[in-house]
Design a protein around this ligand. Structure first.
Ligand SMILES: *Cc1c(COP(=O)(O)O)cnc(C)c1O
Length: 235
């Protein structure tokens, strides 16, 4: 055990191996599942180290932090993905700096992003964050509002809707965790039957990605398993 170097390179390789193993266990092709490294709370040096491993796309949950890091690393061709709750008054920076927003959960935000993206002359990929867990602390669109929401998003052509995102309940109960992920897949399947194209399902984090992959995740968002323990607790 002590032989395994605790480096970013070793952790990254181990995560990719575990993702591949979870795919095989679920009878899925590992090429179907992308890992989004989540660099929130980790410094610019950690991101540079990850870039040296060939990673170019990073998840952040706060616009302020995304802004600071993207400025510090402006010389690198990186894609910043917003995965945290986005306040409407931060839409301007998000529209300027993010290549993708996975936390789209209300029309007011879609409207603000669309207006700012129009001004920037950009379009970005978005995922609709759905609340599949009963926890109050979790953000996301209530599942029963998804069909109408998706229909309305057609009115914002700068937002290319690619799929859905969720956070599962934080629980030791494996069945409860899996039920959240299954719910997202079923919501996606129902929307697909109504004519929407939602190929992507972003679900699963360091603690629960095998369950998410078993339920159809196409993308897992991994922070601590790649970057190590957080220097400061994330909110
Ligand atoms: C922090 C965060 C993650 C990654 O969490 P880890 O447990 O560190 O892997 C994934 N998704 C969201 C929305 C997050 O905020």
């Amino acid at each position: 055990m002590g032989e395994t170097a605790d480096t970013l390179a070793a952790r990254w390789a181990a995560v990719r191996q575990r993702v591949d193993a979870a795919c095989r266990a679920a009878g899925r092709d590992p090429a179907e599942v992308t890992v989004l490294p989540v660099s929130k709370t980790f410094g610019v040096e950690a991101v540079r180290e990850a870039v040296a491993l060939g990673l170019t796309r990073f998840g952040e949950n706060k616009v302020q932090e995304l802004r600071d890091k993207s400025a510090a690393l402006a010389e690198l061709p990186l894609d910043w993905v917003l995965i945290g709750h986005l306040q409407t008054n931060k839409a301007k920076d998000a529209a300027r700096l993010a290549s993708e927003v996975q936390s789209l959960d209300r029309l007011e935000l879609a409207e603000a992003l669309h207006r700012r993206l129009g001004a920037e002359g950009r379009a970005i990929d978005v995922l609709v964050q759905v609340k599949t867990s009963p926890e109050e602390s979790k953000h996301g669109l209530p599942p029963d509002e998804l069909p109408a929401f998706l229909d309305r998003l057609g009115g914002y052509p700068t937002l290319r809707v690619r799929g859905l995102m969720t956070l599962a309940v934080q629980s030791e109960d494996d069945a409860a965790v899996r039920a959240c992920f299954r719910r997202l897949r079923e919501l996606r399947d129902a929307a697909t039957a109504r004519g929407h194209q939602l190929p992507r399902l972003s679900m699963g984090m360091s603690g629960d990605f095998p369950q998410a992959i078993a339920e159809g995740a196409t993308e897992v968002r991994i922070g601590t398993a790649i970057f190590g323990r957080r220097p400061v607790p994330a909110k």
